[in-house]
Design a protein around this ligand. Sequence first.
Ligand SMILES: [Zn+2]
Length: 180
Amino acid sequence: MAAIKCENCGKMISDKGKTCPYCNIPLALPKKKSVFPKWVVVVISLVLLAASISFVAYSRYQYKQKRINENFDFSMRMISGDLFRMAQKSDLIVVEINNAWREAIFSETNKRDFNEAIVDVKESRSEDIKELIKLSASIEKSLKETVIPEGKQLQFDKIKEFYLLEFSKNSAGHYSQYVR
Ligand SMILES: [Zn+2]
């Protein structure tokens, strides 16, 4: 029990009473002292706030990385499928070009002009050639637009190199020389 001064009448009274025994005015409840000083509460709040902000940011980052990886895998599967179809179509055309070449060079009885034979191949395989051009454009678009996740650069380079070596419009002996 401690003695305090009544704010109304100025007499010394007990701090346990609810009213002043002299003037009967209600006494203010004693203020409870906080367990922690104010600055500790502020610091803890700031630390918690920073932690929750970085948790949200990290979750978002992880989600984004996951999406980038999924899109990359999907894109690589699409390109592989397109490459496989290109290889099939190219084979059909190459077989006919080889036949035309053999006839032009080696045939004794049925000799044909190679350039004429190539025109025939272009006509008979025009749908396949259209499909090849479409597949090629699709692959080039995918290669350009694919976002490469960390650690996947090598995989991307390999598939791109394969496309450029096997199907590039500049590579020697490629179908596209006859497609023009
Ligand atoms: Zn009083």
